[in-house]
Ligand binder design. Structure first.
Ligand SMILES: [Zn+2]
Ligand SMILES: [Zn+2]
Length: 265
């Protein structure tokens, strides 16, 4: 069971994962499906290479594997778009002629500063201020991307991955109003909430986030590993599927042709 709805093959600038190797690994793990969510992250400052890829080559390989392994696993075409206020039109123009099953909208840069490379965090700035600026950017991005439909908000608590505070964990209780606004917005728009297990390798997920999403009426929840290597595919899925279930969800979602589908937990 399970769809890993967030995997980066070597079409992603920062991954060398062979797509077929990932498919075989996913089959061996007993997954129902795998989505290849390669990066389209225009104007990614602080990184030498551009984060985009040849969609024609991507679909050619993906469709070949889809046919080859059709009796064993569902392979889902997808893209993870990096959201920034000034790249909306360019991003839209690049993907508009392709039929992705699934689009993840992720905020990786905050006011052009990158937490991954360490340039986001300012010396002496508090965790509260730093995370608040990030969340405001996430919320603004969500509201700005009105021209094309994306399906999932990627890794809401991404910022904690690269933070270096005494306790870097992202707690709902630190930002209840902002997180509520974000949840209410995605719920209204039919955008799902991604539980990204890669974020919880350093510190666990604050399950209050899932409970609050549910309380506010959230129904769509996706599970992704953000794997860039075979060993990370579906990482800790059983643990987080149980957590999701304990928070009141009986189904986890995946997307085909932009439409949410449900798999029972
Ligand atoms: Zn991401
Ligand atoms: Zn990713």
């Amino acid at each position: 069971m399970f769809y890993d709805m967030h995997v980066h093959s070597k079409f992603s600038t920062d991954s060398s994962l062979d797509m077929e190797e990932a498919v075989v690994k996913a089959i061996n793990l007993g997954l129902t499906g795998i989505a290849f969510t390669d990066h389209l992250d225009i104007d990614f400052t602080d990184y030498e290479d551009e984060f985009y890829y040849d969609f024609n080559e991507y679909f050619l390989l993906l469709n070949t594997l889809k046919d080859k392994y059709s009796s064993k696993i569902k392979i889902i075409s997808a893209v993870e778009i990096g959201m920034q206020p000034h790249v909306i039109q360019d991003t839209y123009n690049m993907i508009k002629n392709y039929k992705f099953d699934y689009i993840i909208g992720s905020t990786h840069l905050i006011n052009k500063r990158d937490p991954y490379c360490g340039k986001y965090f300012r010396t002496g700035e508090s965790k509260l201020d730093s995370y608040t600026e990030y969340l405001v950017e996430v919320y603004n991005n969500l509201k700005l991307y009105t021209d094309f439909k994306f399906n999932t908000m990627g890794h809401l608590d991404y910022i904690e991955r690269y933070a270096n505070f005494d306790d870097s964990m992202f707690y709902y209780s630190d930002f209840p109003a902002l997180v509520d606004e974000i949840f209410k917005y995605i719920i209204t728009k039919g955008i799902s909430f991604e539980i990204n297990t890669s974020t919880y390798l350093k510190q666990p997920l604050d399950t209050t986030l899932i409970k609050r999403y549910k309380e506010l009426g959230g129904e769509l929840i996706t599970l992704g590993s953000d794997a860039h290597s075979p060993d990370r595919i579906a990482c800790n899925f059983k643990i987080y599927a149980d957590i999701i279930k304990n928070c009141g969800f009986n189904y986890i979602n995946y997307f085909i042709n932009g439409n949410p589908q449900a798999e029972k937990i």
